[in-house]
Design a protein around this ligand. Structure first.
Ligand code: B12
Ligand code: SF4
Length: 510
């Protein structure tokens, strides 16, 4: 096979930006898979140029014109940027391949703009693409490994891509690691609801942790496991064997059901500094929070007690919620979350608006069948700037009133002050203040308040939200134009639109 010049672009942001939060944090949101693909391409004998795009890089310089094939990793929120870049680079003679959450969720739409669209991806799929390396237009080739790879390249092999990425972060530098794929739980809105749990080799994890100790004075590791600690004793033993107590700081997403007090004690001993448990709802998903059939106020009390216990062991806790689930009705769920915020002042509450990401989750099929999914441009599907699901039990106005009220309560001076007061350590304290005052806290209150105002004053936006028209409100087009900046002109005609019911249609085809 000819030796190819391979470009790999990990898009962690939606367009050019010089925002401070992005500069400080975006490099820490880099994905593992683009780095793994880089390793596999080099193993196959090709030259790799790797770029984690955080909004500051000059992509004309970073992706040279003589690149033969460009792999792009995109979440749905970066899809429009990805489509524009693919069009730009294809005009320069490159072949393009898309992978990541967006490719998994919207493969048919992605195939309109990329030569290859990759779902589950392993070494064999990457080799197949490299061997073929040809334009597939107008419709790209969709390849899917059917399941996740049995093993991924570890930190040692990915280091040449990790090192320049974390070098971009001025202070906090997180090394991405993963110990398992899939999840044994089945939350119907989640991309991993039907993906089997699969632990990765502990020998490699042990070796990677030792390797890191030799590379960084004080390594900080962010675990990318969808649900960390499912095989708790196994992964803790690996960490204990490889890392002298407290030499590496760890952060992980885990469900409350996995975080009993003896385990918290062990996590503390082993350097876990941040945990991000998913609470999601007061009326469903009791299994993952270990609250069984308890609901409403009773669940708030149990969960709050549990999270306060976690905070006694782990200094930084982010509690994740999904807003607008079908099990929610009226003001009560929002009032209960406010109560949680009051009873658990140390936890940072992170709110996601329910989003139906294409064909990712079983729930989406049901929502499409009910005609409740909107063709909201991908650019806004970041769990915050829009929901593409018409709420079951709320009018749009009441949903937004409740969301804004909850955000105001959670990021009020009183709440921010109490959080600062009870948090331990400078990093948790100041990270929470900055998050509350930046785009995440007050920024989202401003953004949602604007949407709420437009719902009253802009008939085009209101009709779009109500599903009466698919004509995009100018608000959306203007925002994407602004965010993409110089890449806007490369966005192909029609690329702001997609078939929001593609998943359902694909199921109906014989
Ligand atoms: C770890 C994680 C994070 C981490 C790390 C992010 C990162 N860049 O990887 C953190 C906490 C930072 C994060 C943040 C966010 N996340 Co997140 N995250 C996850 C999580 C839990 C696991 C993803 C993972 O790494 N899995 C392991 C890998 C190996 O599997 P995989 O992603 O399925 O990848 C397979 C294929 O897709 C393919 N592949 C993946 N990438 C690539 C790249 C290339 C080039 C190729 C060829 C193939 C390929 O190969 C893999 C093996 O089969 C998922 C939920 C879940 N349960 O999966 C959400 C998830 C991916 N996140 C999601 C979202 C929305 C976000 C945020 C926008 C939330 C927010 N508002 O802040 C941010 C955006 C961050 C950013 N700037 O990029 C959504 C994405 C939905 C979508 N279609 O876009 C998910 C699916 C959760 C959900 N809502 O259902 N996230
Ligand atoms: S516990 Fe988390 S990763 Fe697992 S299915 Fe539920 S939301 Fe997805």
């Amino acid at each position: 096979m000819r030796r190819l010049r391979v470009g790999i672009l990990d898009l962690v942001t939606k367009g050019p930006s010089r925002a401070l939060w992005g500069r400080v944090m975006q490099p820490n949101f880099a994905s593992i898979m683009p780095q793994a693909v880089g390793v596999w391409c080099e193993e196959a004998g090709h030259d790799v140029r790797f770029v984690c795009y955080t909004g500051r890089e000059d992509l004309t310089r970073e992706v040279p014109d003589d690149t033969d094939i460009l792999f792009v990793a995109a979440y749905t929120q970066t899809a429009q940027l990805a489509y524009a870049l693919s069009s730009l680079y294809r005009r320069r003679g490159m072949v393009t391949a898309l992978g990541g959450s967006h490719a998994r969720c919207y493969p048919d739409d992605s195939a309109r703009y990329f030569d290859y669209v990759l779902g589950f991806t392993d070494k064999a799929i990457v080799r197949e693409v490299l061997q073929d390396c040809a334009p597939h237009r107008p419709t790209g080739l969709q390849l899917d490994a059917k399941r996740h790879p049995p093993q991924l390249p570890g930190v040692r092999e990915r280091w040449k891509f990790i090192e320049p990425t974390i070098a971009k972060a001025p202070a906090l530098k997180l090394v991405p690691m993963i110990g398992s794929l899939g999840c044994p739980y089945t939350c119907s809105f989640c991309i991993d609801a039907v993906v089997d749990y699969q632990p990765l080799a502990s020998t490699q994890i042990r070796d990677d942790l030792r390797f890191l100790l030799g590379k960084l004075k004080r390594p900080r590791v962010g675990w990318h496991d969808p649900n960390f600690g499912v095989r708790f004793d196994e992964i803790m033993s690996v960490i204990e064997e490889a890392v002298p107590a407290g030499r590496i700081d760890f952060a992980a997403e885990s469900s409350l059901s996995l975080l009993s007090e003896p385990r918290l004690e062990r996590l503390r001993r082993n350097g876990f500094k941040a945990m991000l448990p998913g609470i999601e709802s007061w009326y469903s998903l009791g299994g993952k929070s270990k609250t069984g059939s308890s609901q409403g106020a009773e669940k708030v009390r149990l969960v709050s007690d549990h999270v306060n216990t976690i905070l006694r062991y782990i200094p930084y806790v982010q509690a994740n919620f999904v807003l607008g689930l079908d099990t929610d009705e009226g003001e009560e769920p929002f009032e209960l979350t406010k109560r949680f915020v009051d009873l658990t002042p140390g936890a940072f509450p992170a709110y996601s608006l329910l989003s139906a990401f294409g064909q990712a989750a079983p729930l989406n099929l049901e929502l499409q069948r009910e005609q409740r999914v909107l063709p909201t441009p991908f650019h806004f599907l970041d769990n915050n700037r829009a929901t593409n699901v018409r709420p079951k039990n709320y009018s749009w106005a009441s949903l937004y009133d409740n969301v804004i009220g909850l955000r105001k309560h959670s990021f009020s001076c009183r709440a921010v002050g109490r959080r600062f007061g009870v948090n331990r350590g400078a990093i948790p304290r100041w990270v929470n203040v900055v998050r509350a005052m930046s785009s995440e806290g007050s920024g989202r209150i401003r953004y949602d308040s604007n949407i709420r105002r437009l719902l009253d004053s802009d008939p085009s936006l209101r009709s779009f939200f109500e599903g009466e028209t698919t004509a995009l409100p100018a608000f959306y087009t203007d925002q994407v134009r602004k965010d993409l900046g110089p890449f806007w002109t490369a966005l192909p005609e029609g690329a702001l639109r997609h078939d929001q019911n593609a998943y359902l249609r694909a199921q109906r085809q014989p």
